[in-house]
Design a protein. Structure first.
Length: 319
């Protein structure tokens, strides 16, 4: 599951590792070298999969800025990084650099998984709504970014992403519909896991790997799912039904997400109080869950099943 992993280590022998790197370059300020950068060649031999390594004049070593899965396997489309793979990677990097990197601190941690769907991801993505404490940004039809100052949860069409980067796609996957869900912890890794620190050696610990899987799946489960609307005025028999019917008509015309964005904008511009905005959001949410006028989306039902299957498969492989 692990993808990009950034590691930070201090060593009085930091400069010794430079001789093990390719494409070494010094970054200078006022004629003085402050940072030396280079790359650790990928065992896969694939272009663009080398790990970036930098050493500063204070003795800090930074490793990462490239997918650990790509470094080992050459891609993160066909493969995912198991717990055993992770241990191998960390030991291999440490052996090459002659450094105990299992004691390094994790400063960024991404973990994700690919799933094959019946339909194109663009049919599923519009049914993924808001996620509490995250801003939702949809990029065209094929991707959503849920982000805050510390983390991102990204849902996107993996095949389209591969094509946009001019990456090769195996023949047996070219006609598949593949969606990727990825949690990116860009800052505050230890705080997020409620640990004093997160060391590299913890990545292949059973309990920690299990916690990553739980956090990854819980983000999906917490996303508000948007049902299909079925407008039939013949079903309106009470005042509550009429109230919900009117809200759903607005949802059909403008879209649920657009209405929520309008409410958020009105609150930010002080046209609505926090309480008023909350009442309106709850009214939309209640109407969207109405069994009288909405039906669970088949795309979301399939995605729920795929998530559950992925969890079981990952547990079988790693826990």
């Amino acid at each position: 599951m692990y993808d990009t992993v950034n590691m930070l280590l201090f060593s009085e022998r930091a400069n010794d590792i430079v001789k093990y790197l390719d494409h070494v370059r010094d970054i200078r300020q006022d004629g003085i070298c402050v940072v030396t950068t280079g790359y650790l060649r990928s065992p896969s031999g694939h272009e663009g999969c080398d790990l970036k390594v930098s050493v500063d004049h204070n003795g800090f070593i930074r490793i990462g800025k490239t997918s650990l899965c790509k470094w080992l396997h050459g891609d993160n489309l066909v493969h995912y990084l198991t717990r055993t793979d992770t241990k191998y990677c960390i030991e291999a990097i440490g052996d090459i650099l002659h450094m105990p990197i299992m004691d390094s601190n994790i400063t960024r941690l991404d973990f994700g998984y690919n799933m094959i769907l019946e339909g194109k991801p663009k049919f599923y993505i519009p049914h993924l709504g808001e996620l509490a404490r995250y801003n939702r940004l949809q990029i065209k039809e094929e991707s959503i970014y849920y982000s805050n100052s510390l983390r991102k949860y990204v849902v996107y069409d993996k095949i389209k992403e591969q094509k946009s980067r001019n990456k090769s796609i195996p023949a047996d996957l070219k006609n598949e519909n593949i969606i990727r869900l990825e949690l990116q912890i860009n800052d505050g890794v230890a705080r997020y896991f409620r640990e004093s620190f997160v060391k590299t050696r913890m990545l292949y610990d059973v309990d920690f790997y299990s916690k990553c899987l739980e956090y990854w799946s819980n983000h999906y489960y917490k996303i508000q799912k948007i049902n299909n609307v079925m407008l039939n005025f013949g079903e309106v028999t009470t005042k509550t039904h009429l109230y919900q019917f009117g809200i759903l008509c607005a949802i059909e015309k403008y879209g649920e997400l657009r209405l929520l964005q309008q409410i958020r904008g009105a609150q930010q511009s002080k046209k609505l109080t926090r309480k008023q905005a909350h009442v309106l959001r709850e009214a939309i949410a209640s109407a969207s869950r109405s069994s009288q006028f909405t039906m669970e989306c088949p795309f979301i039902m399939e995605l729920d099943t795929q998530i559950n299957n992925a969890i079981n498969l990952i547990k079988e492989d790693n826990l």
